[in-house]
Design a protein. Structure first.
Length: 94
């Protein structure tokens, strides 16, 4: 199912006002990884994960959503993508 990034972004940001940066990556067909900065309170991460799960459940999907912490570095060589699909694209069909 295709879900627009802004729906997922809003789910994370509305979960806790202390969240100002994050990364949400689809790493497989049923797998999503939520990454928050390590200095953020743990309960903010739990709330954000629950928010993502709730939004997706409302759309009828139930992927595995993992929560991790890591420094969030800004790559000036490309546009910032807080929500990103990291599954390799299939080869184009002629």
């Amino acid at each position: 199912m295709l879900v627009t990034p802004d729906i997922l972004c809003n789910a994370v940001l509305r979960a806790d006002a202390r969240i100002t940066d994050f990364r949400l990556r689809q790493t497989g067909p049923g797998a999503i990884e939520l990454i928050l900065p390590p200095e953020l309170a743990p309960e903010a991460g739990v709330a954000a994960r629950a928010g993502v799960i709730a939004v997706l459940a409302g759309l009828g999907v139930a992927p595995r959503v993992t929560l991790d912490t890591a420094p969030l570095r800004l790559d000036l060589g490309r546009k910032l993508r807080r929500v990103e699909c990291c599954i390799p694209r299939r080869a184009a069909v002629p």
